[in-house]
Write a protein of this length. Structure first.
Length: 560
């Protein structure tokens, strides 16, 4: 009769072999007792890379960064109890960003559930709102159910694999309860071998003939949001053939092409009061960062077409008239064959506005001393081999406005748009790509625990920290004027931290800048871990941004 140890070993070694077979190459482990069987199995696998991170919340975001960097599913493993609850923010981000995070939570055996046993909470379906697939495994400890367990693992991985790639991509959750003793037989390494399974490529193809007459109308526009990890070259081909402007979000990966049809200053133009009248707009990918563009999309009478390679399209800010579940390249490859309309003058109007707006921005940053000046100086330091990871709130908005003639690839966590886990995600990316993080002081504070991974694993990362001592973005909201007496305590939230101590704690070098000229002269390091703190003022940032908006309003003398 099979003893408990042999049955446990067969279970976890088979399970880990299946993870490898279905494409997982990296696992982030947060240490704990109940996760011992799986942790040892992962460590024993000859081709899996494990990362040890003691903070579950930061660990899960670190895994998101690994996925963004290597384009593969990544697994995370923790012990039972509230450790698993700390994964929730990153799982929510993973779902909304369509990233294949494989969540492995260890659990107490079923007889210890619901009776007040220590470190036991209800983990069954605990991420029900945020995962594409979930399964609570049964206990295996005898030969009576050992073979059945192997079949169950095989069947569950097959079912879950559809969410590891393609339009259904997203997080999956396996809850695995274990009885003591928890140590598997490390001599059974032959149970860890498995062949890689080639996942099927699924692409829903749709004929676009029914909108041919729409895209032949004169005034058309393409708006491209977050297209991280997707090919976009056919968008530029279509825009060239059809003379259509492309409003390219910084996460679209289109601004790096320096294509004459790509418009980068649209957010500032809309902020400055630009009015646009057109026949149709093709929205591609996730919603753009620009709040002004999304507000305009919500009210424009133009016919709206949405193209997203997902079975759960993002309709925000308004449901489109027509939606296509297909890749952007497949859609525009078909659209290019449609007879183009004459819209040369339409395109030239956009290009003229873009040209004049760029001149105003370039003139503005010559004399600016606010955060945008530092952001522009940072962008000028980056090359086409660099990756810039940008925090939400004001940093991503400044990058949206100032990412002009910069060849660096730009990434961000724009699923849930939170400021938690930003540092950890950037560190995960830095494992696979030379990465610079642009972040504000509140977001940096939120994830200081994540810095530990750089110290433990010698991960190289440059961090440009915009420190205006609080939440700068709130200065642009109505609360600033309408609730001024409450503003600083409830929204400004100054924290008054000296981040030089943080750098010392986690083994980063530290340099503080209080003048733009000093920062402009600084070279970002090409190795090691560094924090470049930029000290700015929220009031000055707001005032100088308003001056830029006023300057741009003066060049808008045409209604599109």
């Amino acid at each position: 009769m099979t003893n408990h140890k042999e049955a446990l070993t067969k279970q976890v070694f088979t399970f880990v072999s299946h993870l490898y077979a279905y494409g997982v190459r990296e696992v982030v482990i947060s240490p704990g007792s109940r996760s011992t069987p799986l942790a040892i199995a992962i460590e024993a696998h000859p081709n899996l890379k494990s990362w040890i991170h003691p903070d579950e919340r930061s660990a899960a975001f670190f895994a998101l960064g690994l996925m963004k960097g290597n384009e593969r599913p990544v697994a995370i493993l923790c012990t039972s109890g509230t450790a698993a609850a700390n994964y929730t923010p990153a799982i929510a981000e993973s779902q909304l960003s369509h990233l294949p995070l494989v969540v492995l939570t260890s659990d107490r055996p079923h007889e210890l559930r619901g009776i007040g046993a220590p470190q036991a909470i209800n983990q069954n379906q605990m991420y029900a709102n945020f995962v594409q697939y979930q399964f609570d495994f049964p206990i295996v400890d005898t030969d009576e159910n050992n073979n059945h367990m192997v079949n169950t693992i095989d069947f569950q991985m097959q079912k879950a694999s559809q969410f590891l790639t393609g339009p259904h991509r997203g997080p999956i959750h396996f809850n695995l309860p274990f009885r003591e003793p928890l140590t598997p037989d490390t001599e059974k390494v032959e149970w860890l071998t498995s062949d890689e399974i080639k996942l099927p490529h699924y692409q829903k193809m749709t004929n676009i003939d029914d909108i041919a007459s729409i895209i032949q109308q004169q005034k058309g526009l393409i708006i491209v949001g977050d297209m991280q990890h997707q090919d976009v070259d056919q968008i530029l081909t279509f825009s060239t053939v059809h003379d259509i402007p492309v409003l390219a979000d910084p996460l679209s990966q289109l601004r790096q092409a320096s294509h004459p049809n790509v418009i980068t200053t649209y957010d500032l133009l809309f902020r400055a009061g630009m009015e646009v009248e057109l026949d149709y707009v093709i929205r591609v990918g996730k919603p753009v960062i620009s709040k002004k563009v999304n507000q305009w999309l919500k009210v424009t009478p133009a016919y709206q077409i949405l193209v997203q390679n997902t079975d759960l399209p993002d309709a925000f800010p308004i449901a489109p008239h027509r939606s296509f579940e297909m890749s952007a390249n497949d859609f525009f490859r078909q659209a290019t064959e449609v007879q183009p309309a004459e819209r040369t003058q339409w395109l030239k109007k956009w290009q003229s506005l873009e040209h004049h707006a760029k001149l105003e921005i370039q003139e503005y940053v010559k004399y600016a001393t606010d955060e945008s000046a530092y952001v522009r100086a940072l962008l000028e330091k980056l090359s086409d081999t660099d990756t810039l990871f940008v925090s939400n709130s004001m940093p991503i908005r400044d990058v949206d406005n100032l990412l002009i003639d910069c060849q660096a690839k730009v990434y961000a966590n724009r699923g849930a748009n939170g400021i938690d886990g930003v540092t950890s995600t950037a560190l995960g990316m830095a494992v696979h790509k030379p990465t610079t993080l642009l972040i504000g002081d509140l977001a940096f504070y939120h994830d200081m625990n994540g810095l530990l991974m750089s110290k433990l694993h010698d991960i190289q990362l440059n961090i440009v920290l915009l420190n205006n001592d609080g939440g700068g973005i709130f200065s642009y909201l109505p609360q600033k004027q309408e609730a001024e007496s409450y503003f600083e305590r409830l929204f400004g939230t100054p924290i008054g931290l000296n981040f030089e101590h943080t750098a010392l704690l986690y083994g980063f070098t530290f340099e503080r800048f209080e003048s733009i000229s000093a920062f402009q002269q600084t070279q970002l390091s090409s190795f090691g871990a560094h924090i470049y703190e930029v000290v700015t003022s929220r009031e000055e940032n707001h005032a100088q941004h308003q001056k830029l908006y006023k300057k741009l309003s003066d060049i808008i003398n045409v209604t599109l």
